[in-house]
Write a protein that binds this ligand. Structure first.
Ligand code: GLA
Length: 419
């Protein structure tokens, strides 16, 4: 069955407990939490100035901690699945010292946010991180950590409170310290998410429109394939570059400004791959605007159809899906009461998102689980599953896992600093 989502208070208790054990003394003076996200539609459109439609999740990263009187950051993660060491210290940046990324990787998100924070000087601090967002599962565990750390720093030394600038600073941290040239979607929705709503974000103007999504008969089911492909590292920047090249060929500042007519006109000047990438983006931007409209009208069937079209385009034109995600989507679509399903996030593993009637949830989960997940990949082929692309699996941890989720609030201060 679906994973019960751990209440925020429980994660905060865990973080506080670890803090007191490791650092001793007084309890942490500040506690914050920031959510992961799931994107309902609008994939690989954010860095093309397009539309996205994500929602914040009840899965969160909590940061608890206190100021110190020195210039040192002491940070520990309570998440056991990250690489060692789980406790790190470093000096605050100065005019002469820039924090650079290193090992362990999880600490780079903290360093990046400290470096890009918009109100220096910061005091030294000690803090503990605890998260219920599955790490590296395509639900923005990294953005939730960045936004949580930024919000924690705001308590220690407030900036001007500009929320868009905050999301952009966290995105910068990801660019410079995690080496991922991501768009703005994940950090933006982790900051601005609204309970009971998806967020239609215009990634050009950085304006967001909440779209109600709280009908009791409706469920948003996330299925984690628990697959991570080693391809993902290099493929994301490659896609981004291909889009920029396509926009340049079309003499547009971004693919947001291009139409399918523009693309067809330039067809002969583009190689097939660039054409396909650009086509996905141009159509997906339009599809996302239509999907938001459909959601506003409560036309879930139409929304679901657009989700499947999005998935097929990501699979065939943008080539960021993988066999496991395709299998999850096909299996979900076989169940009565399912409106739509698609891969979500960057791709090459991670999760699918499925919109369905609440009464169909158990049936959908059971049906997906009944696929032969826990056999070797080769045997799956022999069992009659079609292999659509070569499998390059770094990590495969057996069966998929499920989350029944509701659109949740963006970042929150659980315990503000006492002044
Ligand atoms: C990752 C990035 C986002 C976005 C998605 C694809 O999650 O962090 O900015 O580009 O991939 O839609």
């Amino acid at each position: 069955m679906a994973h019960a989502v751990m209440p925020v208070s429980e994660i905060a208790d865990k973080a506080r407990h670890v803090y007191e054990q490791v650092f001793g003394g007084n309890p942490p003076e500040v506690e914050v939490c920031a959510p992961g996200r799931v994107n309902l539609i609008g994939e690989h459109t954010d860095y093309n100035d397009g539309f996205v439609l994500p929602m914040a999740l009840p899965l969160v990263t909590v940061v608890v901690g206190s100021r110190t009187s020195d210039q040192v950051v002491n940070i520990l993660t309570a998440n056991e699945e990250v690489e060692e060491p789980r406790k790190v210290d470093f000096n605050l940046p100065t005019d002469e010292l820039t924090l650079s990324p290193g090992q362990p990787k999880w600490a780079n998100y903290v360093k990046g946010v400290v470096q890009h924070y918009r109100a220096h000087p910061l005091p030294g601090f000690r803090a503990v991180i605890a998260s219920s967002v599955p790490l590296g599962g395509g639900l923005s565990s990294s953005a939730s950590l960045e936004v949580a750390i930024y919000t924690f720093l705001q308590q220690l030394n407030p900036d001007d409170g500009d929320k868009v600038a905050k999301a952009v600073a966290c995105q910068q941290a990801e660019h410079t310290h995690a080496g991922v040239p991501c768009g703005i979607m994940d950090q933006f929705v982790s900051v601005m998410g609204k309970a009971g709503h998806a967020l239609l974000i215009d990634c050009r103007s950085l304006e967001a429109t909440p779209v109600p999504l709280s009908e009791p008969g409706l469920v948003i089911l996330i299925t984690n394939s628990n697959v991570k492909h080693s391809l993902s590292g290099s493929e994301y920047p490659t896609r981004r570059r291909q889009c920029e090249e396509a926009a340049a060929m079309l003499r547009k500042s971004s693919l947001r400004d291009a139409t399918m007519a523009d693309l067809e006109e330039a067809r002969s000047q583009l190689d097939d791959v660039t054409y396909c990438r650009a086509r996905h983006v141009i159509e997906e931007i339009e599809r996302t605007a239509r999907a938001a409209e459909a959601l506003r009208r409560g036309s879930y069937k139409e929304f679901g159809k657009l989700m499947v079209e999005s998935h097929n385009s990501l699979r065939d034109l943008y080539e960021v899906s993988c066999r496991e995600l395709d299998e999850l989507v096909s299996a979900a679509m076989e169940v009565d009461g399912v409106f739509g399903s698609r891969m979500t996030g960057g791709g090459f593993g991670g999760c699918t998102v499925t919109l369905l009637q609440a009464h169909a949830t158990d049936k959908a989960i059971l049906h997906i689980q009944s696929l032969p997940w826990d056999v070797e990949r080769d045997e799956i082929c022999m069992n009659g599953f079609q292999q659509t692309q070569s499998v390059n699996t770094e990590q495969y941890s057996g069966t998929p896992t499920f989350y029944v989720t509701t659109p949740s609030e963006g970042v929150r201060v659980l315990k503000p600093v006492m002044t």
